[in-house]
Write a protein that binds this ligand. Sequence first.
Ligand SMILES: Nc1ncnc2c1ncn2[C@@H]1O[C@H](COP(=O)(O)OP(=O)(O)OP(=O)(O)O)[C@@H](O)[C@H]1O
Ligand SMILES: [Mg+2]
Length: 142
Amino acid sequence: MAEPIRLDYVVPGDDFTRAGEASADLKSRLKSLGFPPAAIRRAAIALYEGEINLAIHAGGGRITVALTPERIEMALDDEGPGIPDIALAMSEGYSTAPDEVRSLGFGAGMGLPNMKKYTDEFSIASTVGEGTHIRMAVLTAG
Ligand SMILES: Nc1ncnc2c1ncn2[C@@H]1O[C@H](COP(=O)(O)OP(=O)(O)OP(=O)(O)O)[C@@H](O)[C@H]1O
Ligand SMILES: [Mg+2]
């Protein structure tokens, strides 16, 4: 069986001119590889939200994608401040985004809920003072 295709991205912190690059690159690669449009759309939305969170809330981080015909797996890892209350952070409308970030249109508190909604598998682990780890998968037949 073929090895998964791996893609690696580094997301810089607080650089909104580059935020969105990883999800845009993933989207175009998935298109070239012939993945189903619905799966591409869901993966790109989820990765975009995760990527923006890395830039805004974590001072940057790393994304690793593993592709097989059946699965689009995305791992997001940062060494930011961590999330003290994950259930609260996962609730719709909860945001700690500062005013200058809100003025750019972010901070609705919908990123994490949408990452869960648009993926088939979602898990988050976070330790205050150490960082946050998110694993998501979109199943291409799902
Ligand atoms: N990687 C992260 N590191 C630290 N805190 C995070 C991280 N991701 C999310 N958070 C926390 O969880 C909250 C909710 O995240 P979520 O993405 O749902 O909303 P938001 O980023 O504030 O706004 P939106 O995504 O709608 O623009 C954030 O405001 C922040 O407090
Ligand atoms: Mg967000």
